[in-house]
Write a protein that binds this ligand. Structure first.
Ligand code: HEC
Ligand code: HEC
Length: 214
């Protein structure tokens, strides 16, 4: 009898556990949708962003981890991440609006990425190597060792980078190199970006953009 009771207790605990949302942020998606109206000029109504070859690309926010999105806007507000297009919009949101918007985008279905379509087979193969196996000779560990299996992201600190626009990925790697992005508390990402050259950046960004995100 007692063990049956235990089983029931355990299974109901598991059910409750499973029904918890996949984000820890206290935000409301419906309110977030309203507050995100001003964001859609760049990030688009479906959160798909846009790859802009030779220009400044807008990242896909749809399906990204809510806590991660929240932290990034906080970082724009604090100035540890600098971008002139994003800056005024980051300042527009109250803390609660930002939570709402982050939950809203995290719940939108993932949209496909663009970029890297004209990359050569050789460059794509090099990009795949960096993303999945690394270049240990140059202390570049595989991206997937932090960004999770398939580079799909791991928890709130390690964002998914597969299926993100190539232009945006490359922009971030360069931003770490030139110091516009200095918001990685453990300097994990800055240390990797510093070891990469422009060919590495273009190759890995092209390959990652062509991988599915889930
Ligand atoms: C004028 C265009 C523009 C508008 C409007 C805009 N953004 Fe952005 N956003 C950008 C650009 C460009 C970046 C990439 C900046 C960089 O390179 O660091 C960005 C990056 C971000 C990121 C970081 C994503 C990541 O994966 O790290 C978040 C989150 C974000 N924006 C949220 C918002 C929200 C919320 C709004 C509306 C309140 C908004 N943005 C409005 C252009 C815009
Ligand atoms: C040692 C761990 C580690 C490795 C290895 C690593 N990253 Fe990262 N990466 C991070 C962390 C941590 C962040 C989030 C930083 C922050 O908090 O803003 C990040 C963020 C990023 C972002 C920003 C994504 C976004 O939406 O804002 C890009 C792009 C990126 N990494 C690309 C790469 C690529 C490409 C590789 C492989 C060449 C790689 N990373 C390897 C730790 C790592």
């Amino acid at each position: 009898m007692q063990s049956l009771l235990m089983k029931i207790m355990i299974s109901s605990f598991l059910l409750v556990g499973w029904s918890l949302p996949a984000w820890a942020l206290d935000g409301d998606a419906q309110r977030g949708e309203a507050a995100a109206a001003v964001c859609s000029a760049c990030h688009q109504a479906d959160g798909s962003g846009q790859n802009i070859p030779d220009g400044e690309s807008w990242p896909r926010l749809a399906g990204m981890n809510a806590d991660y999105l929240y932290k990034q806007v906080k970082d724009f507000q604090a100035g540890t991440r600098v971008n002139a297009s994003m800056q005024p919009f980051a300042q527009m949101l109250t803390d609660q609006q930002l939570r709402d918007v982050a939950v809203y985008y995290s719940q939108l279905p993932v949209t496909p990425a663009a970029g890297g379509e004209t990359a050569s087979e050789e460059d794509l193969a090099w990009g795949e190597k960096l993303a999945t196996r690394g270049d240990w000779e140059r202390y570049i560990v595989p991206c997937s060792s932090c960004h999770g299996p398939g580079n799909q992201g791991a928890g709130q600190h390690f964002p998914g980078i597969a299926g993100q626009h190539a232009g945006y990925l490359a922009q971030q790697l360069r931003a770490w190199q030139n110091g516009d992005r200095d918001n990685d508390p453990q300097h994990l990402m800055a240390a990797i970006a510093e070891r990469m050259n422009e060919r590495d950046i273009q190759a890995v960004s092209a390959w990652l953009a062509q991988q599915p995100a889930n």
